[in-house]
Design a protein around this ligand. Structure first.
Ligand code: TGC
Ligand code: FAD
Length: 390
């Protein structure tokens, strides 16, 4: 039989093609060179300096809008996109967030719902990382229940006039273009908004104790005047933004396992070398139980992510299955990080090691793209046929 590999105990690599492995290696090497040496400093400062340069490098690697076809996008498989998310989040959830919002939300919305003119105007520059995008659904008073949004767009001649506030918007103050969801007389519609327009401001949200190396902003839309062709023609109703979320949530199913892997690796390494009572702490049964349980959940989670990726590539992935994956993998990832933290003792709380940074990042990941409770209720509804929301 094949030998046991501590890095891949279930032999999941055998499910991957040579192209999949090449994508993984490329992204892992990029993150090792461009993120890992600096991330603790960025995190401590609460900044993501050089974000435009990082975006261009991610674009050159094909990581932006990675599984979209045409318009300068890489046209990779869903599994390859997932592997990229895992490697990016193994560096930091903030870097994966940058990529998720750009590719799975802002670009995906334009790619799926945009006119040919909108696609040609925006997607090549976004794929190259020249233009950063954001995706604005959440409002101060409407998070889990976006159906209640107050931001609205009204007709003025052939123009649209957009008014309202969006909250917690990743990439908001560095974006050149915002995909903004607003109420209209015809229901919820999406608008492609150049952020240079009068009336658009995006103050950055400070004092976050999670996702510190990620730009998060409020959007203030004060009568932003848009031409008739700013609306996304293919999306009407809440299903429009929610279908984009399926794609981003899918990336998170993989990404969360990256944060978990980095924390597990750190704990395993520490357990082998740190000595107490005259022995490596990894030799104690209680530490081994922690490592075994972490490894089981980590690799089960990667297997689940791969399974969902295969279904997405086959066009057979259901939104409820995405909820299944997001619910399980983010919840298990944060548990792995917290357990890894205990293995490192006091060092576990230091930025010298990655585990506390990953654990605090995952507090955001647990909440955004649908909270744990939302995904439980989506599954609850699918299982029982009873809608607990309304
Ligand atoms: P409901 O009545 O169930 O549905 C309204 C319409 O939407 C359709 N739909 C979906 N379509 C595709 N995929 C899904 N996952 C869908 N979920 C619902 C549904 O079929 C219906 O269509 P139609 O044609 O019949 O009108 O809607 P509801 O208001 O009862 O709410 C359902 C609920 C709670 C699940 C939904 O509102 C929800 O998912 N809430 C969570 C909001 C959320 O996830 N926000 C995320 C904001 S973006 C973000 O966080 C980015 S962070 C990224 C980063 O930095 O990485
Ligand atoms: P609420 O909806 O107010 O929920 C509060 C609590 O109540 C949660 O535990 C929730 O699960 C629970 N709850 C609510 N309703 C129910 C119910 N029916 N049953 C049981 N429990 C319930 N949004 C964007 O649009 N674009 C972005 O780019 C973006 N980036 C983000 C980046 C960060 C760092 C963060 C933290 C958030 C981001 N968000 C973004 C917002 C995110 O999607 C919302 O925070 C999330 O949807 C939850 O909304 P809320 O914070 O208003 O919480």
């Amino acid at each position: 039989p094949a030998r046991f590999d501590a890095a891949d105990p279930l032999g999941i690599d055998e499910l991957l093609t040579p192209e999949d492995l090449a994508v993984r290696d490329t992204v892992r090497a990029w993150a090792a060179e461009r993120v890992l040496p600096y991330i603790a400093d960025w995190y401590e400062r609460g900044e993501l300096p050089g974000i435009h340069e990082l975006a261009r490098e991610l674009g050159a690697m094909g990581a932006l809008g990675m599984s979209l076809k045409g318009y300068g996008c890489a046209g990779a498989s869903a599994v390859q996109y997932g592997l990229a998310c895992l490697e990016l989040e193994a560096a930091d959830s903030g870097i994966r967030s940058l990529v998720s919002v750009q590719g799975s939300l802002a670009m995906y919305a334009i790619h799926r719902y945009g006119s040919e003119e909108q696609k040609l105007r925006w997607l090549p520059g976004m794929a190259a990382g020249e233009t950063i995008g954001c995706f604005a659904l959440t409002e101060p008073d409407h998070g889990s229940d976006p159906a209640g949004m107050r931001t609205h767009a009204r007709r003025d001649g052939s123009d649209w006039v957009l008014t309202g506030r969006k909250m917690w918007i990743t990439n908001g103050s560095v974006a050149g273009v915002a995909v903004v969801w607003a109420r209209t007389d015809d229901g919820i519609r999406g608008f492609v908004v150049p952020t240079s327009l009068p009336g658009f401001t995006a103050p950055e949200i400070r004092h976050k104790w999670s996702l510190r190396a990620s730009v998060t902003s409020e959007l203030v839309l004060d009568g932003v005047r848009l031409p008739a062709d700013a609306v996304l023609p293919g999306a009407t109703g809440l299903g429009g933004p929610l279908r984009c979320l399926n794609h981003a949530r899918y990336g998170i199913v993989w990404g969360a396992m990256g944060a978990a892997r980095a924390s597990f690796d750190s704990a395993l390494d520490y357990a082998r070398t740190r000595e107490q009572f005259g022995r490596p702490i990894g030799g104690f049964q209680l530490t081994q139980a922690k490592l075994a349980d972490m490894a089981v959940e980590l690799h089960k989670g990667i297997l689940l992510a791969h399974h969902l990726g295969v279904r997405m590539d086959a066009g057979r992935l259901r939104p409820e299955q995405v909820s299944f994956g997001k619910l399980n993998n983010v919840r298990e990832a944060i548990d792995i990080c917290r357990t890894a933290r205990t293995v490192l003792g006091a060092n576990g709380i230091s930025l010298e090691y990655p585990v506390m940074r990953h654990a605090t990042n995952l507090e955001s990941v647990l909440t955004y793209e649908g909270t744990v409770e939302m995904h439980q209720l989506v599954l609850g509804k699918a299982l029982t046929g009873l809608d607990a929301f309304r």
